[in-house]
Design a protein. Structure first.
Length: 191
């Protein structure tokens, strides 16, 4: 008598005699190609960084320092920025000599020989006679301009009433025998 029909359950697939566990040659080659591309890209980046000349490094330092100074200014209330970062220490909001002022250091850069304070960076506003004025004739800062937004360009100082504040953050340094500079222009707006 024939054996009773047993239900057929699919089991694990049977491997042919040539199949084995592990990676195929194609998979190994693909991994090798990906690793080769990744290593060559990394070595190119390292070579580029290592060959970056001192001037490019100094330009990068100046650019980063200017952006960092602008961020320091942006965290302050806009109405106090002029008093905090101008040349006049007598108008510092928390008392004479308490504000950062207009000059700042840029580590990694050598100040110009004639720079008396030894600091490479400074902040410049549209000033005339030591005051923020709408009539300052500084085209690089977009002046003259209605800074207090009252509808006309007046002659009086707007040190405390300005609503918009154009500025330049400038870095000047010595590179060998050459004087170098970098400028970042911006405008702060009081809400």
């Amino acid at each position: 008598m024939p054996p009773p029909d047993r239900p057929q359950h699919p089991g694990p697939p049977r491997r042919s005699r040539g199949a084995r566990a592990g990676f195929s040659l194609v998979e190994v080659m693909l991994v090798m190609v990906v690793l080769t591309v990744a290593v060559s890209m990394l070595s190119g980046l390292v070579a580029t960084t290592a060959s970056m000349g001192p001037l490019q490094l100094q330009n990068a330092l100046a650019s980063e320092a200017a952006r960092a100074q602008l961020e320091r200014m942006r965290i302050e209330p806009v109405g106090k920025v002029y008093a905090l970062f101008n040349q006049d220490h007598s108008d510092d909001p928390d008392g004479v000599g308490t504000a950062p002022g207009c000059n700042f250091d840029v580590p990694g850069l050598s100040p110009r020989p004639e720079d008396s304070d030894g600091l490479c960076g400074f902040v410049r506003f549209p000033e005339q006679g030591g005051h923020l004025r709408e009539t300052a004739g500084d085209r690089s800062l977009g002046m003259p301009r209605d800074l207090d937004l009252d509808g006309f360009i007046g002659m009086d100082p707007v040190d405390k009433s300005y609503r918009i504040l154009p500025l330049e953050i400038r870095i000047e340094w010595q590179h060998g025998e050459t004087l170098r500079s970098y400028s970042l222009y911006s405008m702060l707006v009081r809400p």
